[in-house]
Design a protein around this ligand. Structure first.
Ligand SMILES: [Zn+2]
Ligand SMILES: [Zn+2]
Length: 278
């Protein structure tokens, strides 16, 4: 009996396994690249954090656009939550030992690569390959972006990611973006609405919000204004950053408040409407 490969879009013969040799080789190449990709993702995050962290000392709004950092964090989380369960499933299926802890993402990739023969025997190996390749692809996309590009959401036509040239503060330096794939063009101002909706529910510190706002809202807002709104009770923190972790309740006086970006934008809009009216 010869099975057909169960990877989406592939119908090669798979012998007595569930995925063909070609798809297996591609998965193997992806898995052995994971440690290298994770190193680069860590460098990308460190760079974005450094740009954000430097604000506290200089007060200069050098912006790492928030959605880019968010994508990098999401990519790391997605990969971890994809590799670990699949490796455990293969281990359980063949009664193999896989004694790794959840945070050992590179370890799970190595484990799957060394047990690739058993991966092929799993009845839902096609699904495994689809999910793992998607997760690894997200990591690749998160690290491939040069710092001087600003993310502008997906293309309406072909869903490719749109990026525009940006200056060191994250402000777009062009007024029109062209999709590299289908050549559609977009007005930068229109794309701002997309970013705004994406970012509204994101929690961030006053400093991060002040940096992100020019790209999201189109106007500057000083970090002092945001702190002032918090002190006066006009802006309610939704969570607190304590010793690097997010808590829903304040743990100490030194905790940094985290606010919802949408709340800040609503206040900024009301303030700007009052200014225009008077
Ligand atoms: Zn295949
Ligand atoms: Zn397009």
């Amino acid at each position: 009996v010869t099975n057909r490969c169960t990877v989406a879009g592939c119908a090669n013969p798979a012998g007595d396994a569930y995925v063909c040799m070609s798809c297996t080789r591609d998965l193997f190449a992806d898995l052995v690249a994971v440690p290298w990709l994770l190193d680069h993702l860590a460098v990308t995050l460190a760079r974005l954090d450094r740009i954000m962290g430097s604000l506290d000392h200089t007060g200069v709004a050098a912006a790492a656009p928030l959605p880019i950092r968010w994508r990098a964090v999401q990519a790391a989380v997605t990969l971890r939550h994809t590799l670990a369960p699949w490796a455990r499933r293969v281990a359980a299926h063949r009664s193999l030992v896989c004694d790794l802890t959840d945070d050992q993402t590179a370890g799970f990739a190595r484990w799957l690569a060394t047990h690739i023969v058993y991966v092929r025997q799993l009845a839902d190996a096609g699904e495994l390959i689809d999910e793992i390749r998607y997760a690894i692809d997200q990591v690749r996309r998160a690290i491939d972006r040069p710092p001087d590009l600003s993310y502008a959401g997906p293309c309406d036509g072909c869903h490719a990611d749109l990026y525009c040239e940006a200056d060191q503060y994250g402000h777009p330096t062009e007024s029109v973006i062209r999709c590299h794939q289908c050549r559609c063009t977009y007005d930068i101002a229109d794309r701002r609405d997309f970013l705004l909706n994406e970012a509204r529910d994101y929690l961030a510190t006053a400093t991060e919000i002040a940096q992100a706002l020019p790209a999201l809202y189109g106007h500057d807002l000083s970090v002092n204004t945001i702190r002032c709104w918090i002190a006066r009770g006009q802006l309610l923190p939704r969570a607190w950053l304590h010793a690097g972790r997010v808590h829903t309740h304040r743990q100490s006086d030194r905790d940094r408040p985290l606010c919802r970006i949408g709340d800040v934008i609503d206040l900024a809009r009301r303030r700007d409407e009052r200014t225009t009216a008077s």
